[in-house]
Design a protein around this ligand. Sequence first.
Ligand SMILES: [Zn+2]
Ligand SMILES: [Zn+2]
Ligand SMILES: [Zn+2]
Length: 282
Amino acid sequence: MIITFLGTAAANAYPEAFCQCNHCERARALGGPSLRKRSAALINDDFLIDLGPDIMTASFLHGRSLTKVRYCLQTHAHADHLDPSHFLSRSPGYGVVGAPRLHFYASTATAQRAAQLLERDCAPASLLDPEVGERLNMAIHPVQALQSFTVGPYRVTAFPANHDPAVEPLLYAVEADGRTIFYGTDTATLLDETWQAFHRHRLRFDVVILDHTYGPDEPGSDHLSAQQFIEHAARMRAEGLLTDKARILATHVAHAGNPVHPELADFAARHGYEVAYDGLTV
Ligand SMILES: [Zn+2]
Ligand SMILES: [Zn+2]
Ligand SMILES: [Zn+2]
């Protein structure tokens, strides 16, 4: 599997559009990997994680076409991870030619929220109506935490996130070609049932991508801080959940306590992990 990070920022991107804090101003001056769009990732060329607000920009900035995307795993329905206008922007009714049918996987609450947003903004009928699915050239597959399911050539297991329960947020393990990726954002400290499920499903991760919303001197709260990130990586290693050469990457990086990319990458290297940046391919 080849993963491309289409975005690695938290909710308001980095730098934040209207913020003059030291981190945002330095990111503007430095450019490059210090400029982060809202979090999303592409696996190979057919599997998207999150139909986020910046994926089209990311697609042309980083030279990664989305025309072959057949599968989308949605973590949750917060606006920094889901822009429902994409459902229309890939439909034949809007003149789109040749897009394969999209299989969209989300928790029931997130699928319902997506349907409500689409109805409010763009379309009179429900996304959950099969006829609308036909018109939009897509199928919605509600999934539940702690279940495994097949997505084309991929095996996926969903885990409950410690995040806004109203949207039933999910974290995912994706397996293919003898490799396993864990995609873990958005979440605060992982729940006990998630740790137990890692073992029950006998998972060993080759790549761990984890929430790093708050920087080294910030406390964690609704998301992980750098310190909590380090503790999670150490626990994964101690519990035998990582392969020998596993790579651990930070994503969902906010300006709150996280310095510009080169400095954050130095901090991460001293603590045995890496910081993803937009366009990075692993
Ligand atoms: Zn988020
Ligand atoms: Zn700022
Ligand atoms: Zn969220």
